[in-house]
Design a protein around this ligand. Structure first.
Ligand code: ATP
Length: 348
């Protein structure tokens, strides 16, 4: 097991700042995800932790030991990349054993015993004699995972390991990866651009944007209380609104916010005062037709029937609004409202 600490890590490639003062603390045994749009610096962060990149500034430490100067092969990390790159001329078992060619298997096991154990762990028992070409994409990726785990690393780094797979296979594989991670209790850092995957698989996640970490938290914290507009809009659907405080009750912290001549009530605006501009978000599922407060009329534009819910896009004045209801509405306009404490105030 290992904990990993990044302190003010910046990485520049010529004109590009890939990482800008990134600080993270990843705990022993944690499943930690780096999530964000293409180019935000996820892979560079992972490669810096692995030792493939050297930070321009800042430090990376494993268990409080600075690992500057420690080469990749001595960092005790298992790595799985997006393109699983198994050796096609080797069997599945030989692929898994490949990472043991310069190392002993942990716990005094023979190589064969270790390979058998790993193939069982990744649900591929009995498939050791097959060629990689005889396996599905998901199975191949599990062989790559077994190969990276064979030496018993303290840290597992996964860079978009499921992005080449179709959606259903990704869901199955992510449950398997999570189970394996929990069984081994191995510190895991996972990179994805898929926010749903990040929410479903992680103990905690860091949302990255333009080389910076915007927010770190549990999936619930990041979803329910995003700090910034970027996080609010990147993680899940959201309605982001801006208005001006016109009244404030100091005892409760409740405030009236004017949005296009429409008075809305928000709970707890912190130390913001009358005249301040406030940006806040309300999740689609927090809007309802039965809420008695903060009511407004939405003009329905499109509806996506998703089975267990329906996502409806519409307009309130010139704003796009998204709401989740049980079914497609049979009218062109619907009345919606939300509770004052359903809104989250965002940093400007
Ligand atoms: P993706 O999801 O597309 O893989 P990412 O979030 O992993 O994106 P990085 O690959 O870390 O992003 O890239 C961050 C920024 O650094 C990008 O602007 C990228 O073009 C740049 N970059 C990364 N590696 C290099 C390199 N070796 N040389 C020059 N620029 C680089």
């Amino acid at each position: 097991m290992a904990n990993v600490t990044l302190t003010d890590v910046s990485k520049r490639f010529a004109e590009t700042t890939a990482l800008d003062t990134v600080s993270l603390e990843i705990e022993d045994g944690e499943f930690f995800t780096l999530v964000g749009p293409s180019g935000c610096g996820k892979t560079t962060t992972l490669r810096t932790i692995a030792g493939f990149e050297t930070p321009t500034e800042g430090t990376v430490a494993f268990d409080s030991e600075d690992v500057a100067g420690v080469p990749v092969e001595e960092r005790d990390v298992g790595i799985v990349f997006q393109n699983y790159a198994l050796f096609p001329h080797m069997t599945v078992a030989e692929n898994v054993a490949y990472s043991l060619r310069f190392r002993d298997a942990p716990g005094g096991a023979t190589k064969d015993e270790r390979v058998t154990e790993l193939l069982e762990l990744v649900d591929l028992a009995g498939m050791g004699d097959r060629d990689p070409s005889e396996l599905s994409g998901g199975q191949q990726q599990r062989v790559a995972l077994a190969r990276s785990l064979a030496p018993g690393p303290s840290l597992l780094l996964l860079d978009e390991p499921m992005s080449a797979l179709d959606a259903r296979l990704r869901e199955t594989l992510r449950r398997q990866v999570k189970r394996i991670q929990q069984e081994l209790d191995i510190t895991t850092i996972y990179v994805t651009h898929d926010q749903e995957e990040a929410l479903s698989i992680s103990d905690r996640l860091a949302v990255m944007h333009n080389g910076r970490v915007e927010q770190v938290g549990t999936p619930r914290e990041v979803y329910r209380t995003p700090d910034t507009r970027f996080v609010a809009e990147f993680i899940g659907d959201n309605n982001v609104l801006t208005g001006t405080i016109t009244d404030r009750d100091d005892a409760s912290g409740n405030a009236t916010i004017e949005v296009d001549d429409h008075a809305l009530t928000l709970a707890d605006v912190g130390d913001r005062t009358v005249g301040d501009t406030v940006t806040f978000c309300v999740r689609p599922e927090a809007l309802s037709q039965t809420a008695t407060e903060n009511r407004f009329t939405m003009t329905v534009e499109t509806a996506e029937f998703l089975g267990e819910t329906t996502r409806i896009y519409g307009r309130w004045n010139d704003r796009q609004i998204v709401v989740r209801l049980d079914d497609v509405p049979d009218r062109e306009t619907i009345e919606l409202g939300f509770s004052p404490d359903a809104a989250t105030i965002l940093e400007p």
